[in-house]
Design a protein around this ligand. Structure first.
Ligand SMILES: NC(=O)c1ccc[n+]([C@@H]2O[C@H](COP(=O)([O-])OP(=O)(O)OC[C@H]3O[C@@H](n4cnc5c(N)ncnc54)[C@H](OP(=O)(O)O)[C@@H]3O)[C@@H](O)[C@H]2O)c1
Length: 296
């Protein structure tokens, strides 16, 4: 990691308000803290979403990942209020949907997200996918920088951007995103993209960190490492990522799994473990390709 890249302290979290979890943090380029383990919400909807997200917050999660596209921002807001967690301790992330890209459309999109969340400021806003066929990522990026300047958002970043797509934003504005949320697990180590982000002080967040859609939990190498540590395959995948300074945002509807996914302090992976896990990497080509894949 370069000097400007985020530092992380995987052993030292801070517990609060009787929460059972003590989640370690890393930091944005400006030094403000963000938990290394957050809570994903993509398939949660309605009252079930409120229950699951409030449960995660009560257990000690302080990073919540949503998106305009998920249709659950109102539920995230309701869960925050229901949980009783202090607003200034929580990092809320949302994302600009493909259909909201553009200079003015992105502004309206983020304002609508804030309204649905019931927040007067959003901690982190990402461009959900680059969607190159529309050519609006740079305009959208300029708007996020304006909104950060104006104070509606605290941090501006992107999701699913490849290094050359990050360079395009930087060339146009002189500003690197503060975070890049990408598909990442031991099945998709994304070594080059992570190295590029580290070099430019861009925090990496892992979506799909359990690798379920890539058949990762069934892999012998992962189960072998899990057995060695008396841990679950999910915990090993998550520990492997945070040891690289990468933020993980696993989603679970059950309280037991929510807690297990953020209770990683006792797991100390060895070089031998890491070598075994490295055999699981399917390579960059196995990840969804944001030069072609677009979302709205
Ligand atoms: N930026 C993007 O384009 C993008 C794309 C996809 C996702 N995301 C974000 O990333 C978050 C995480 O990704 P994801 O939801 O796709 O995948 P994930 O968190 O890797 O996996 C979630 C699945 O794993 C199960 N699970 C959770 N904990 C488990 C455990 N300890 N053992 C076994 N199974 C477990 C969950 O089921 P149960 O609920 O039954 O536990 C759920 O089916 C999303 O929720 C979303 O916030 C972003």
């Amino acid at each position: 990691m370069s000097e400007t890249a985020a530092t992380h302290t995987p052993e030292n979290g801070t517990a609060g308000n009787g929460a059972v979890l003590s989640i370690p943090t890393t930091s944005f380029r400006d030094g403000s803290a963000i938990p290394l383990i957050g809570f994903g919400t993509s398939s949660l909807r309605g009252t079930g979403a409120v229950t699951a997200i409030a449960s995660a917050l009560r257990s000690g999660y302080r990073l919540i990942d949503t998106a305009a596209q998920y249709g659950n921002e109102a539920a995230v807001g309701a869960a925050i209020r229901e949980s009783g967690a202090a607003r200034d301790e929580i990092v809320v992330t949302t994302k600009v949907a493909g259909g909201d890209q553009g200079r003015e459309a992105a502004r309206r999109g983020v304002e609508e997200s804030a309204r649905r969340l019931g927040l007067d400021r959003i901690d982190l806003v990402l461009i959900h996918w680059p969607n190159p066929s529309r050519g609006l990522a740079v305009d959208t990026w300029r708007t996020l920088l304006d909104l950060r300047e104006e104070g509606l958002i605290s941090h501006a970043g992107v999701s699913n951007f490849r290094p050359e797509q990050l360079v395009e934003l930087h060339d146009a504005t002189g500003e690197w995103p503060e975070a890049n949320q990408i598909q990442l697990s031991p099945a998709l180590a994304r070594t080059d993209t992570v190295a590029f982000c580290d070099e430019h002080g861009i925090l990496v967040e892992a979506w799909g960190p359990l690798g379920g859609r890539d058949g990762l939990p069934e892999q012998f190498a992962l189960r072998k490492v899990a057995e060695r540590h008396g841990a679950t395959p999910a915990q090993i995948s998550l520990r492997w990522a945070i040891d690289r300074g990468i933020i993980v945002i696993p989603k679970s509807s059950t309280r037991e799994r929510q807690i297990a996914n953020a209770d990683l302090g006792a797991i100390a992976l060895t070089d031998e473990d890491r070598a075994l896990l490295a055999t699981l990497d399917l390579g960059e080509d196995a990840a969804w390709d944001s030069r072609e894949h677009e979302e709205w």
